[in-house]
Ligand binder design. Sequence first.
Ligand code: SF4
Length: 353
Amino acid sequence: MTEPPWWHLAQSGEMDRRAEALEALLSPCRLCPRACGALRDSGQLGVCRTGPEPAFASAAPHFGEEPPLSGTLLPRPPGLGNVFFTGCNLACLACQNASISQGPTPGAFRGTHALADACVALQDRGCHAIGFVSPTHQAPGILRALAEAGRKGLRIPVVWNSNAWETLEMLRVLDGIVDVYLPDLKYADDASARLCSGVDGYVATARSAILEMARQVGVRPVLDERGLLRRGLLIRLLVLPNGLAGVEDSLAWIASELGTGVALSVMSQYWPAHRAAEEPLLSRSLHRLEWDRVLDRLDALGFEHGWVQPFEDDAAACYRPDFDDPAGPFPDAADWGDGSDVFAPPGGGRRRP
Ligand code: SF4
């Protein structure tokens, strides 16, 4: 097995030095763009409800991510080894993971050693990569855990699955550590971000973050012979009702700034979870017309490859996590197929279902 670049940083001690650099941002905390100033070293919880140590609710293989992340090999794909962290630096009214992100998580696993061991265990279960889900506010502990896991035999790629509400200072420390960036680009206007996620200035911050990610890992995805993503950027766009996510505008921005070779994942799985009923614009699922408009924009802009969730097959129900299920939060997640029915591979012609 060829070790990913982060493994060499772990062996040389550079990973620990990077962790130190991030730990220096913890008190008063300015690790994320909120800069809420919590004294996390003293045990204060920030807006993200997180102290100094890493804490996670689940570590399990995920077979329902996009095909190059979960794999499509038969009889059983390798799965992405997802670690779901507790807390979050956003406060989304419709958070799908609210049971672990928006309040106390009594059964959470805590500490660097627990995280390092969980990563090694996922590799032992056959996962081809580790997926850190909502990692931003726990970045220092993650780097400490990776250094330890590297010494314990972990040597698979790292996927950084974030909400893109991240500072350039933090992201630059991750240069050479993250193999695959998997950001959600959640909004195209700040008013929607304020209404739905309780933050100011999301758009410029998230777009800058994604440009930095692209600088680090490149725009075009690098797949191995099994079709698994080894390096690159995959941008997720969840379509919200009433145009709140502004996906059509985000697509235009991506095409303009990164080109049409970047891989996309356009998602239909929205449902009014958590506190969405409090906001009338968020309180229903998508209409077909809203979804079709986004697909039409994809066609018009000519993106070359990526994946689109099905609209009709109750994708929303399929992706509702249950963090109390011992089999993992998504035991019934659907296989998205090989994606070729929606987006063609690079250089190929495109088909629509
Ligand atoms: S990471 Fe958490 S504690 Fe730090 S600034 Fe962001 S919300 Fe506040």
